[in-house]
Each structure stands twice: as structure tokens, then as C-alpha cells.
Write a protein that binds this ligand. Sequence first.
Ligand code: COA
Length: 249
Amino acid sequence: MEKKKGRHAGYFARRRKDIQAVLSRDPAARSGLEVVLCYPGYRAVRSHRLAHWLWRRRWYLPARWISQRTARRTGIEIHPGAQVGEGLFIDHGSGVVIGETAVLGRNVTLYQGVTLGGTGKETGKRHPTLEDNVVVGAGAKVLGPFTVGENAKVGAGAIVLKEVPPNSTVVGNPGRVVRRDGEAAGIDLDQIHLPDPVKERFDELGRRIQRLEDCLRRLQAGEKCEDCEQRGAESCPKKHGGGETPITL
Ligand SMILES: CC(C)(COP(=O)(O)OP(=O)(O)OC[C@H]1O[C@@H](n2cnc3c(N)ncnc32)[C@H](O)[C@@H]1OP(=O)(O)O)[C@@H](O)C(=O)NCCC(=O)NCCS
């Protein structure tokens, strides 16, 4: 009897922790009742606890059925095999996917559009492990079987493909560490002047056409390619893949 009481106490304590996770991290949440009735993230976490319980007992089909029904209702798909620690808060929810072998520590926060997925190249453990207090911003994708260290923040829209050290911030695509232990990580943080490979290629082609036109003009004027003062210099087309055959008209 005592054991049964303890089990129930554990159930209600976990439920309270899940509600508390929302209340403490969403300033818009005003009461526990509001969380229970209005938060898809809370609903998805509760339903995952049941699905995972069934999964661990090898009741795979009912577990998948619960998970998929919840996905349709909340837009949050948590595979029943995923291991989710207490205090997970999924804000807004829509478009969140958590893969089968993902492991989430305590007090993890996920925003809408987050994927904790695989790259499609691995088998076995193929989804990430998020340690305690990790925050993953809206739309971020964390793909692969690596670990995101505790207290790390993944910026909105980031695509993270490798290990993230603890206490660091990762942003961009591909994700780069821009802050570690509160200090800038000493790499280029310029998010505005990004390289534009298409423009660079066009510029290069423009320069090459200019060089070819110069060559043709000289040849038209009766100069031989061998006589050209540019031969072998930076501006010579031969030096840039023009081949050894002299240009003829
Ligand atoms: C990454 C984040 C957690 C901030 O972490 P932080 O450790 O406090 O980092 P900072 O704000 O000091 O930013 C560090 C640098 O990364 C840049 N950065 C921050 N977030 C970024 C993002 N999502 N994408 C690209 N760059 C980003 C900042 O501009 C800053 O660059 P700077 O030093 O050149 O100015 C936050 O920006 C973020 O993306 N939060 C997600 C919030 C969210 O999804 N909300 C949805 C609500 S519905």
C-alpha cells in the first residue's frame, strides 16, 4: 500500500514539475490550470511520458499510436523511444520533431519548429543528446548523434551538425560557436557580410572575359600571343586555364 502511495506521489510530483517548467519559463503563463488546458507543449510531454512507459515495456504499437495522435493534435512529434528528462518545456510547439534515440536532460527548452533528428547516414544512436538546461531556438535543427553540452544555447534558425561544448552559444548555418562561458568565441561574428559564391563566380567570369577580349584585340592588331607582354602574368588567360594553344582568330 505504502509502495502504491509512493508511486502516485511520484506521478503527481512529475506532473507538477512539468507544469512548473512552463510557469517558470513562459511569462505569458498565468496559472497551472491555463498550462494544463492551453499549452500543447505540456500536453505533448504528458502524453510522451505514457507513450515512453509503454515503449519501455515493448508495447510498441500502442506507444506509436499515442505519439502519432498527439502529433496530429499538437504539431509536436516525440518518438516514444526518446528519453526526456523532467522539466522539458516546448513553447508554442508546432513543427517540433524529437527522434527515437534523442536524449534530453533536465529543464531543456525547445521552441517551435525545432528538429532533434538524424542526418539519414547513421543507424543505432542517430539523434542528439541535449544535456541539462539546453535552450534550442525557433526553427533550429540539431542533426546527428552528438552531445549539446549543458547550459548551451542554440540560436533560432541554426543548423547544428556537430558537438556543442557546455555553456556556449551556437548560431548560423552550419552552426558555429560564437560565445563560450559568456565570452565571445574569438571568431568572425559578422552575420551580414557573408560570402556570395554566385556573385564571386560571376566576377571571376567577368575578369576572364576581359582578359580574353584584350588578347583578341592584340591578335587583331597583328601581335602574336608569344609577343604579348602579359604572357605568364596574372592577366594572361593561359595562366588561368587558357591551355597551351595560342588564341587565333
Ligand atoms: C542565441 C540566443 C539564445 C542568444 O544567446 P546569447 O548567448 O545571449 O548570445 P548573444 O545574444 O550575445 O549573441 C551572440 C552573437 O550571435 C548573434 N546571434 C544571436 N542569435 C542569433 C541567431 N539566431 N542567428 C544568428 N546570429 C545570432 C548575435 O547577433 C551576436 O552577434 P554579435 O556579437 O556580432 O552582436 C538568441 O539570440 C536566440 O536565438 N534565442 C532563441 C529565441 C527564440 O527562438 N525565440 C522564439 C520565441 S517565439
